[in-house]
Design a protein around this ligand. Structure first.
Ligand code: FES
Length: 613
């Protein structure tokens, strides 16, 4: 067998294989990685910068010498379009080279698993009914499935039963039947075994990731990220629950808005890929416990008050039509179980997708979001916590904050001598605000430049710290037109970030304390989530979200919850594994922990200079 060339692509956390030496840009584009290619590979736009991490003496050609600085060349930066990938490589794609689409990442790192979907299609050539053979239609299909494929069927979906006679008689007694767990869930005329599709969803508080998957091959055909429209009823989980219980009709309202938006997105995804929505045979959904309940329209009063009780700790299979999702008429939605009131099936999906349980050593898995779930795996098992980190890293509650969209400042470096900011915006557009990664960078760089102290207070003596029109201290990131057109980080923004990172750090510290281990015993940190895959891990340490830790032991795996959702879509075995795992994970309640307040106060601090990297 030919040896394949392996390319590990960071920060996306994607591994690709190529069969023969290939132009770097082509290899990345063919693998579906959204890298900028303004000049189409001519080597004249300089947008397709990559950093080659594991090689010395990397060839550099004239175009690269023209487009790159000497410093960049020495650091291993090259143009993907001018490189040939001819050996195993670790490459890093800087944020500036990633397309906007990639930044709204909905996919994550995947490991190979056995494809074993719950829905399978069977092509049947039925015997025509005669006066001598008056077997009913369903029995005829059932018998053929047994005879031709040894497949046992016990029942047929009511809506599908209604489709059966026409499908049979319009197609000369030739049909394709889809079977799920001894139930016929769809019938089509002729041989339709070629198309077998499903949908995996990660239902986030802020964003919804939708993957269109080929159930036969396990491949993601396409994906789409949409904002969770429930945001108009509240930014965080608690305010949405409060809305849902405040009036009788509200639960229905908040459910409908998300169902309608998902249906709309499915329609677009299917149209783009020339698939009929009826061909979507199964859907899996993961999300935090509140999103899970609101998606299904389940009562949430018991979830809204202490002791925060979920309705079911089991996985659920529910007919899609009962929830209002427009896919195949007999299709099911499979919902993974939640672990606890505030540790949902998205966390379970993340633990599943990263195979954390079977990995050696002590591992922290963290999925950064409006609610951040953290799992610690030690030899004694997995314990998880949930922290209310809030939406600050989504740009909310930050003076000039915005979501990652064109014009958002996404990278910030403060020049060590001049103290001037170097900013980079999404899409290289005029700055209009600052998104999560830019906020994180700003605070880390302010601390590094010692323009803020360990308590997060600005150095008011510095001439680089100015006052805004309300008299608040601020550091200017962009100032085109004195007071009119400026973007800054102010003292209140720093407090918001302190609260968010403090919540996460408290979760980590309490997990460590509970397990009786210190941070130097941690072997690996896995950061999941779209935001988590895009942040600079160095700056995560520099703001003290994590204690000091080797960067090379931090793995950014993208949307692992989405990958977990996909895993249970394409594999029955993975469903069983996930259901077993849900029972094994211990939940630790943070707010009632006796050391919570002490840890939280300490976690607000920023690191001392010697801890800055
Ligand atoms: Fe323009 Fe590579 S695509 S330099």
């Amino acid at each position: 067998m030919d040896k394949k060339i392996k390319i590990d692509v960071e920060p996306i956390g994607k591994r690709i294989y190529i069969k023969k030496p290939t132009n770097g840009l082509n290899a990345l584009v063919d693998a579906g990685i959204g890298i900028k290619t303004v000049c189409g590979g001519e080597g004249t736009c300089g947008k397709c910068r990559i950093m080659i991490l594991n090689q010395k003496d990397i060839p550099v050609n004239e175009q690269e010498k023209n487009m790159l600085t000497e410093d960049e060349i020495n650091k291993g930066v090259r143009l993907a379009c001018q490189q040939v990938f001819d050996k195993d490589l670790d490459i890093y794609i800087p944020a500036a080279s990633l397309s906007e689409e990639q930044k709204l990442q909905v996919v994550g790192e995947e490991r190979e698993i056995e494809i074993d979907p719950i829905c399978n299609k069977y092509h049947l050539k039925l015997e025509k009914a005669t006066l001598e053979d008056t077997t009913p239609d369903f029995d005829r299909v059932k018998n053929a499935l047994k005879k031709d494929y040894s497949v046992d069927v016990e029942t047929i979906d009511y809506n599908v039963l209604k489709l059966l006679p026409k499908a049979i008689r319009d197609n000369k007694w030739e049909i394709t039947a889809t079977v799920r767990d001894k139930e016929i869930v769809y019938v089509e005329g002729g041989d339709k075994t070629g198309g077998n599709y499903g949908i995996a969803i990660d239902l986030g508080t802020t964003k919804i990731a939708i993957l269109l998957v080929d159930l036969k091959t396990g491949k993601t055909i396409d994906s789409k990220g949409i904002m969770n429209p429930q945001i108009s009823y509240g930014e965080d989980v608690m305010s949405r629950l409060n809305f849902a219980i405040s009036e009788e009709k509200n639960l229905e309202k908040i459910q409908k808005v998300v169902i309608d938006n998902i249906n709309e997105a499915l329609k677009k995804l299917c149209k783009k890929n020339k698939i009929d929505c009826k061909e979507l045979l199964e859907m899996t959904v993961v999300g935090n416990t509140a999103m899970h309940h609101l998606f299904l329209g389940l009562p949430v009063r018991q979830l809204s008050f202490s002791p925060f009780i979920a309705l079911s700790g089991q996985s659920l299979s529910i007919k899609a039509r009962e929830v209002g999702i427009n896919i195949s008429p007999g299709a099911y939605i499979y919902m993974l179980p939640s672990i606890a009131g505030y540790v949902g099936s998205d966390h379970l999906a993340m633990l599943l997708a990263t195979d954390i349980e079977s990995q050696e050593g002590n591992i922290i898995g963290i999925d950064i979001g409006t609610n951040t779930e953290i799992g610690l795996k030690t030899k004694d098992g997995i314990t998880s916590v949930s922290t209310a980190s809030g939406p600050a890293f989504e740009g909310a509650h930050i003076n000039y904050g915005m979501r990652a969209a064109p014009g958002a400042i996404e990278r910030v470096v403060i020049e060590p001598e001049s103290y001037k900011p170097i900013i980079q915006t999404i899409g290289d557009k005029k700055p209009v605000g600052i998104c999560g990664s830019g906020i994180l960078d700003s605070i880390a760089e302010l601390r590094k430049a010692e323009l803020i102290n360990t308590r997060g207070k600005f150095d008011k003596e510095s001439k680089f710290i100015t006052k805004d029109s309300q008299g608040n201290s601020q550091y200017l990131l962009y100032n085109k037109d004195e007071n009119e057109d400026l973007i800054s980080i102010n003292q209140k923004d720093i407090v918001e970030i302190q609260l968010a990172k403090g919540a996460m750090r408290t979760g980590i510290d309490i997990l460590m304390d509970n397990a009786g281990i210190t941070f130097d015993k941690i072997d690996k940190i896995i950061i999941a989530g779209a935001f988590g895959s895009y942040i600079d891990p160095k700056n995560v340490i520099n703001i003290g979200m994590f204690p000091s830790f080797p960067i090379n032991k931090i793995y950014q795996v993208g949307n692992a919850a989405g990958v977990g959702s996909k895993r249970v879509l394409i594999s029955k075995k993975q469903r069983i594994n996930a259901e077993k795992l849900a029972k094994k994970v211990d939940y630790l309640e943070l707010t009632t922990h006796p050391k919570f307040s002490d840890f939280f106060v300490n976690s607000m601090q920023f690191p001392e200079p010697e801890r800055i990297i």
